[in-house]
Design a protein around this ligand. Sequence first.
Ligand SMILES: *[C@@H]1O[C@H](CO)[C@@H](O)[C@H](O)[C@H]1NC(C)=O
Length: 217
Amino acid sequence: MAAAGKLSFIAIMVLIASISLSVSADPDMLQDFCVADVNNAVKMNGFACLPSFTASDFFFAGLAKPGLTNNSLGSAVTPANVMQIPGLNTLGVSMARIEFAPSGLNPPHTHPRASEILFVLYGQLDVGFITTTNVLVTKTIYQGQIFTFPKGLVHFQQNNGNVPAAAISGLNSHNPGVQVIAKSLFAATPPVPDNVLATAFQIDTQEVHEIKSKLAQ
Ligand SMILES: *[C@@H]1O[C@H](CO)[C@@H](O)[C@H](O)[C@H]1NC(C)=O
């Protein structure tokens, strides 16, 4: 009887542990912080902790000014994650600043490890995400307003106003990751085979070549 009681106690503890694992985005902290040793050749699930730190490990000025939007997309993303701020390692949060020229697009992409909450600094944005059942959830948002992009779902933002726009994003991972759909498929190294893309998009190989050559620039 005592043994059975002990077993069910263990079973309950395992259940509680697995529930808490399944609802947390990044692992819970086991120390005050862990300033990332981003240059260490030894990689694990996250970065190792540096033995010492300074205040600058927790600091980044890169979101203070607008990014340059004179590119083919008319947009610029400035990340502020563990790569820019090593002190974010294990904290489970990060930010980004996104700049948009008129008609500028932050093209369809996903963050495999984070949900995103986006605040419009100035201007207006047409934003949207696509659910796993291919429903487009979209809205036009203006200065001071917020939109949310659930973890892992394909999403985009475009400035359809006639003046520049900018936004600040918060993300619930110190290393959210990003896959830009067009570049992932048409600008991978080595390349995704032409016939995979031709069949997937129901286009001919010539069109695949044209897209690949444009995205390679
Ligand atoms: C974008 O503008 C900056 C600053 O005006 C300039 O230095 C840079 O060369 C430009 N880039 C392109 C791709 O035109």
